[in-house]
Design a binder for this molecule. Structure first.
Ligand SMILES: NC(=O)c1ccc[n+]([C@@H]2O[C@H](COP(=O)([O-])OP(=O)(O)OC[C@H]3O[C@@H](n4cnc5c(N)ncnc54)[C@H](OP(=O)(O)O)[C@@H]3O)[C@@H](O)[C@H]2O)c1
Length: 235
């Protein structure tokens, strides 16, 4: 079995699960990563079961588990070709304290959104260098504009910088690095205050990911910004 291997974090639902579906259709073997094992197991069964899809419960902020996972993928399937560092979360914040979650609930978001993709890159890049592979990161439209009082936006600015920093370090390795910046997507990840706004479907972002990954090995799609028609540019 030599089909390429595609690892997705945040694969249990939303954008990650939609990308897993398209990647399975495109012929990849999949490693699906999230914390909710039962959701991952159900999705894995839908997408081809053992031999094609490997569900792995792992918190992306846990370095030892992530690093061990990559070792196991290489032992089991012998290669790793595409990594989608997509896991993330959001809470509403205000630095003036006018709304949202109390500050001691901000930590998990910062860790999942910034430390998580940084560790995912660190754990997987040696294997991607070996395969001449591709790292895709999920940023956000909120990672390129100002959003008042919004720490989530700041974490996604960090992902914008992370993607650029990784790409710069990977020059000469053959590894491609793509930052996907979604506007509002209809998933469990959106704040209740935006329920009435125009939204993308998770599959709209999955197609953008597969577009980047499907380009010739000499083409590095650096960034893709996708918004729903009618999205307010300042939200
Ligand atoms: N929805 C939007 O409008 C939007 C817009 C721009 C960017 N994004 C970004 O898109 C990415 C996917 O979000 P989504 O909208 O698809 O939301 P979602 O439906 O809530 O999915 C989030 C995924 O991340 C996983 N996850 C969260 N924390 C994790 C952790 N510490 N370790 C491992 N897995 C973790 C969740 O699984 P478990 O809970 O099972 O771990 C789930 O699979 C995120 O980075 C988000 O910031 C979303």
């Amino acid at each position: 079995m030599t089909d390429p291997v595609f690892l997705i974090t945040g694969a249990s639902r939303g954008i990650g699960a939609a990308t897993a579906r398209l990647a399975a259709e495109a012929g990849y073997r999949l490693v699906l990563v999230a914390r909710d094992e039962s959701r991952l197991t159900g999705l894995a069964a839908d997408l081809g079961g053992p031999g094609r899809v490997w569900p792995v419960a792992c918190d992306v902020t846990d370095w030892a588990r992530l690093d061990g996972l990559v070792t196991r993928v290489r032992e089991r399937w012998g290669r790793l070709d595409v990594v989608f560092a997509n896991a993330g979360t959001s809470v509403v914040t205000s630095f003036l304290g006018h709304r949202g979650a109390p500050p001691d609930e901000w930590r998990d978001m910062v860790l999942a959104n910034v430390y998580g993709p940084a560790l995912t890159a660190r754990a997987t890049l040696p294997a991607l260098v070996e395969s001449g592979g591709h790292l895709v990161l999920t940023g956000s439209a909120a990672g390129r504009g100002v959003r008042p009082g919004n720490l989530y936006s700041a974490t996604k600015w960090a992902v914008t910088g992370l993607a650029q920093s990784i790409r710069a370090e990977c020059v000469g390795t053959g590894v491609r690095v793509t930052l996907v910046q979604p506007g509002l997507v209809d998933t469990g990840g959106i704040p209740p205050g935006r329920a009435g706004d125009p939204k993308l479907d998770p599959a709209d972002i999955a197609r953008a990911v597969l577009y980047a990954v499907g380009q010739p090995a000499t083409v590095d799609v650096n960034e893709i910004l996708v918004r729903p028609v009618g999205q307010d540019p300042y939200r």
